[in-house]
Design a protein around this ligand. Structure first.
Ligand SMILES: *[C@@H]1O[C@H](CO)[C@@H](O)[C@H](O)[C@H]1NC(C)=O
Ligand SMILES: *[C@@H]1O[C@H](CO)[C@@H](O)[C@H](O)[C@H]1NC(C)=O
Ligand SMILES: *[C@@H]1O[C@H](CO)[C@@H](O)[C@H](O)[C@H]1NC(C)=O
Ligand SMILES: *[C@@H]1O[C@H](CO)[C@@H](O)[C@H](O)[C@H]1NC(C)=O
Ligand SMILES: *[C@@H]1O[C@H](CO)[C@@H](O)[C@H](O)[C@H]1NC(C)=O
Ligand SMILES: *[C@@H]1O[C@H](CO)[C@@H](O)[C@H](O)[C@H]1NC(C)=O
Ligand SMILES: *[C@@H]1O[C@H](CO)[C@@H](O)[C@H](O)[C@H]1NC(C)=O
Ligand SMILES: *[C@@H]1O[C@H](CO)[C@@H](O)[C@H](O)[C@H]1NC(C)=O
Ligand SMILES: *[C@@H]1O[C@H](CO)[C@@H](O)[C@H](O)[C@H]1NC(C)=O
Ligand SMILES: *[C@@H]1O[C@H](CO)[C@@H](O)[C@H](O)[C@H]1NC(C)=O
Ligand SMILES: *[C@@H]1O[C@H](CO)[C@@H](O)[C@H](O)[C@H]1NC(C)=O
Length: 632
């Protein structure tokens, strides 16, 4: 009881911020990141301790409960250490950019070496050739199925514990502690066990794959400081072609007649329909999330390598990472120019057009679907902005030419420039919040849907530091360019005094609060695709609803188990699609609007998300470092 009380008090009372100079904040951020990297492999004994992999930085899997004080306690208390590639790749990328383009402290080479080596354990092992096809979790060999299965060891062990869990005892204890309604939540969690356990056995993805290529491009630029890391990355990635080959093979092609590549998650189709409607006769090809198709998912299911819901999707954030990986790979010659053939150029252009469209149109008012796995739109903004930044840098520092090496790249640059300067920037400025002490910050949603015991609302702003850092990184990448001979960032023409002032005040906020005790350093850098009942695939129009064995599913009863597919195949003309929106699916009308990530109509709803303190710190460090390098 008293422990809970302490948690609650520390959650509810704001402690004044500690002032510090920007340089001292940078060096303290850098220290925190240093301390968080695992220096060795260590086994765990869930739920008392967790296994840690050498070279990786900390990530926690949490559940986004919201609402009553007990829910906030649970959100804080539930935390499972996770070993994945994504967070470490991003933290390393931020560390590299911190010194490549900023004045911040240099990360010691051993840390980068160790991270790159750890990332080397995430190459797909189900191919018998060297490849750069990456997985989110490490794979472990399963002798029964003779496949390497994606294995989040801590999460799996926890689920196995649930089998022998004294559920009843825990529920009774919760009642004694006055955690009303918690029994239902626990029961719900246990019920979802099979779904979770299957959701872990995922195939490789284009996200991790292109983030790895983007990291390689940065390492090539930073090779003077990190020669060993660059060498190691090259050894691990001697077959970059494999990633491009996979992209051509698995791209989502709505106009194709091949059901393997023309079928997509009905939630993707729903948010994307205005884009598809405008461009459906252009033979579109788009970067999907998973490196697998529906046929392989059905075969792979028995082997424990299968996409969730057996169908691919298009996530705008994954798409942004793929475009960055391709752009940086080509500009730094990690990807050979001859590889960038007509089909890849089509995928590159079409995917960038989709990104620009979604950024300009408010993610079709459905960020829960468009940002399928990434609830932070601010993170998505930065992922797009860094591609533009790369192109601007190339043009400024290359005397010989005033164009990018491929015409299609120039087209993409214009599209990104338009959306980031004319749509995203004004929208960001509008959403900024003034603390009336000269500082500015931005909020997303974590901890912002709670109520106190007297039913008054409380904003805990648990992702405010991360969100503000990502906004600053976005604005700096859009509105400045790095001059290689001056080693400085320079403002681009068109910077308004308001923008200049906003960045300055946001940096002041980060300097004062990023290390203080007032706000959590949490983020939602990744999540499950379902954010609540309304984002489950069943309710969205689909034209392929079948069991793995090909038997059609009775469309009035939600199928049991996990061995089924719900997708939309091919292009469905507007008129037909709109008619599908007028009828219920599995008895429910399609949810047409977004209730927010803390849905007030689902007080016991929750979704899993991934948070990494070090990622927040490294994104903040990069923002401060670049800011202090802008020539005023
Ligand atoms: C790799 O696997 C493929 C099919 O799975 C097989 O045809 C080929 O012989 C294998 N190659 C090597 C070098 O083992
Ligand atoms: C590179 O990857 C491709 C698949 O994309 C594969 O066919 C080829 O054998 C690999 N090359 C090497 C040297 O492993
Ligand atoms: C091997 O894979 C099968 C099928 O996914 C699964 O049922 C089994 O539990 C796995 N074995 C281990 C040791 O993980
Ligand atoms: C898709 O790519 C094709 C081939 O490059 C191009 O003709 C078409 O305009 C593109 N459409 C969009 C929306 O990018
Ligand atoms: C943008 O999307 C949000 C949902 O995230 C919605 O609440 C809002 O009304 C939309 N704004 C506009 C201008 O369409
Ligand atoms: C660009 O030109 C300037 C002078 O014309 C020269 O000093 C500089 O080295 C050139 N930079 C590159 C990257 O070629
Ligand atoms: C709590 O407040 C909300 C609106 O702020 C209101 O709709 C609800 O009825 C209140 N609940 C109780 C128990 O007072
Ligand atoms: C880059 O900086 C150098 C040195 O300050 C300056 O001479 C040059 O004009 C700058 N380049 C551009 C394109 O602004
Ligand atoms: C296909 O699978 C479903 C669900 O497992 C089952 O109900 C159905 O009988 C199967 N059909 C055939 C033809 O095996
Ligand atoms: C589908 O399920 C409903 C409800 O259980 C049942 O009434 C109906 O007969 C089923 N339809 C088919 C084709 O099996
Ligand atoms: C930005 O503001 C600083 C003062 O904070 C000023 O020195 C600088 O000239 C401004 N730059 C632009 C591009 O407005």
């Amino acid at each position: 009881m008293s422990a809970l009380l302490v948690v609650c008090i520390s959650l509810c009372v704001a402690v004044p911020a500690v002032h510090g100079s920007i340089n001292s904040v940078m060096s303290r951020l850098s220290d925190r990141i240093f301390l968080d990297q695992n220096t060795r492999d260590s086994p765990g004994h869930p739920p008392f301790s967790w296994s840690h992999n050498k070279g990786l930085y900390g990530t926690e899997v949490k559940l986004n409960f919201h609402g009553e004080p007990e829910m906030a306690v649970l959100r804080e208390a539930f935390s499972i250490y996770d070993n994945n590639m994504f967070a470490t790749a991003w933290i390393t990328a931020c560390s590299l950019e911190t010194t490549l383009y900023g004045t911040g402290p240099m990360t010691i080479p051993l840390m980068i070496d160790s991270a790159v080596e750890a990332i080397g354990n995430f190459h797909n092992r189900n191919y018998n050739f060297t490849n750069s096809i990456m997985t989110f979790w490490p794979q472990v060999y399963n002798a029964t199925t003779r496949t390497f299965q994606s294995t989040p060891s801590n999460l799996l062990q926890l689920l196995q514990l649930a089998d022998t869990f004294p559920v009843k005892l825990i529920e009774d204890l919760m009642k004694i502690f006055g955690l009303k309604d918690m029994e239902q939540v626990v029961e719900h969690l246990i019920q979802e066990k099979d779904m979770f356990s299957r959701a872990f056995h995922i195939p490789p993805d284009f996200d991790d794959t292109f983030v790895n290529l983007g990291l390689g491009a940065l390492l090539r630029n930073a090779q003077e400081s990190y020669p060993q890391s660059w060498k190691q990355w090259q050894i691990q990635n001697s077959n970059v072609t494999s990633a491009l080959h996979a992209l051509r093979k698995y791209a989502y092609r709505p106009s194709s007649t091949n059901p393997d590549v023309n079928t997509i998650d009905p939630r993707t189709y729903f948010y994307m329909r205005s884009f598809l409607s405008e461009h459906h006769d252009e033979n579109l090809a788009l970067v999907p999330t998973w490196i697998q198709n529906t046929r392989e998912a059905m075969q792979g299911d028995k082997k424990g390598v299968s996409m969730p819901f057996s169908v691919n999707n298009v996530d705008v954030t994954v798409a942004a990472n793929a475009i960055y990986g391709l752009t940086s790979g080509l500009l730094s010659n990690i990807i050979d120019d001859v590889e960038f053939d007509a089909d890849l150029q089509r995928i590159y252009l079409n995917t960038s057009s989709l990104i620009a469209h979604e950024l300009s149109y408010n993610f079709s008012s459905r960020p829960d679907l468009a940002l399928t796995y990434y609830p932070s739109k601010h993170e998505c903004y930065w992922f797009v902005a860094r591609t533009l930044s790369l192109m601007q840098r190339y043009l400024l520092n290359n005397n010989e030419t005033d164009t990018l090496p491929f015409p299609v790249m120039n087209t993409v640059k214009l599209a990104f420039e338009n959306t980031l300067k004319r749509e995203v920037t004004p929208e960001i400025l509008k959403a900024s919040k003034d603390d009336f002490e000269g500082r500015i910050y931005w909020d997303n949603f974590l901890g912002d849907g709670d109520i106190n015991s007297d039913n008054s609302s409380v904003v805990r702003a648990e992702d405010r530091i991360f969100t503000t850092a990502m906004v600053v990184n976005t604005l700096i990448d859009v509105w400045t360019v790095y001059n290689q001979s001056a080693f400085r960032l320079e403002w681009l023409p068109g910077v308004s005094p308001q923008l200049n002032d906003t960045i300055k005040r946001a940096v002041a906020w980060l300097t004062d609060f990023s290390l203080g005790p007032t706000y959590k350093p949490w983020n939602t850098f990744f999540s499950g695709s379902g954010k609540g009942l309304k984002s489950l695939p069943f309710w969205y129009p689909a034209n392929r609803i079948e069991y793995m064995n090909g038997t059609a599913v009775n469309s009035s009863v939600i199928p049991h188990g996990v061995n089924f597919l719900i997708g939309i195949s091919g292009y469905v003309p507007d008129e037909k699609y709109n008619a599908m929106l007028k009828v219920p699916h599995f008895g429910v009308m399609t949810p047409t609007d977004f209730p927010g990530f803390n849905d007030p109509t689902e007080p016991h709803g929750f979704f899993p998300f991934w948070s990494s303190d070090s990622y927040t710190y490294s994104a903040t460090l990069m923002a401060l470092s670049k800011y202090t390098n802008i020539k005023q």
